[in-house]
Design a protein around this ligand. Structure first.
Ligand code: NAP
Length: 238
């Protein structure tokens, strides 16, 4: 039985992905801060689900939490990083920006590094990060969020290049969602919003097929390509 940890599985994408992976026969470790939700998830299938509650901003304790969860699972093949936060922050409230950076940059890096080292030692493994289409260009409404997602995209690319320089079968997947119908999808003018169950299915497919990069849904590939080449003058009008 393959073992997976999903960091950030109390709600949204992580929770729905956990449901799919349990149904597909994986042993799943779910994490998040809301212990009551983790216990609710575990109660649905106690033999296949383990849970651990921790805040990824407390980077000094992550190592211990993850190590304990791996021993409870009896190993680790895949780690999916689905935790994340982001607020619309037109006034540039620094506390909101800091919370975003602490979670999406510092927490992400601590867990990505832990997973990479674990898989290197084990000589195999798969790290999956859920970044965002929002990381392709800057965003005036949520500057820290888009910058943090750009960081994740680049970090994941860095890890992917690192794996290609080694002979170990370590896989790095960057999932780049557009808009998914969860608590995170904020603001007006959302379009092509994908139901979270459908998004989780597509993410599972990308994991199973060891994709390097996957846009969710696929049509966002086109927007990403356009965004990359959009002249600054046009970006400034958005
Ligand atoms: N929904 C979208 O449209 C969309 C689009 C692009 C990218 N994404 C990305 O997809 C990922 C998942 O988001 P979602 O849409 O599924 O939203 P969500 O339902 O709000 O899920 C976010 C998850 O992150 C966890 N989390 C947040 N802060 C945490 C912290 N400090 N420590 C530990 N866990 C923390 C939450 O758990 P607790 O609150 O229990 O800690 C929750 O399980 C995020 O990285 C988001 O940026 C989402």
């Amino acid at each position: 039985m393959k073992k997976v940890i999903i960091v950030g599985a109390t709600s949204g994408i992580g929770r729905n992905l956990a449901k799919i992976m349990v149904a597909k026969g994986y042993k799943v470790g779910v994490t998040g801060r809301r212990l009551n939700l983790l216990e609710e998830i575990k109660s649905q299938n106690p033999s296949q689900i383990c849970c651990k509650s921790f805040d990824i901003k407390n980077t000094s304790t992550l190592h211990q939490h993850l190590t304990e969860l791996v021993s409870e699972l009896g190993g680790l093949d895949i780690l999916v990083f689905s935790s994340g936060t982001g607020d619309l922050n037109e006034t540039l409230d620094f506390e909101l920006e800091k919370n975003c950076i602490d979670t999406n940059v510092l927490g992400f890096t601590a867990i990505a590094d832990w997973a990479y080292s674990f898989f290197q030692e084990q000589k195999s493994g798969h790290f999956v990060g859920i970044s965002s289409i929002g990381g392709i260009r800057g965003n005036r409404m949520a500057p820290a969020y888009s910058a943090s997602k750009a960081y994740q995209i680049n970090y994941l690319e860095g890890l992917r290049i690192k794996t290609s320089k080694s002979t170990l079968p370590i896989v790095i997947t960057d999932i780049r969602p557009g808009f998914i119908d969860t608590d995170m999808a904020k603001g007006d003018g959302l379009f092509w919003v994908v139901p979270v169950e459908k998004a989780a299915k597509q993410i599972f497919y990308a994991i199973k097929h060891k994709k390097k990069i996957a846009y969710i849904s696929k049509r966002w590939t086109l927007i990403a390509a356009l965004f990359k080449i959009l002249p600054n003058k046009l970006m400034e009008k958005l």
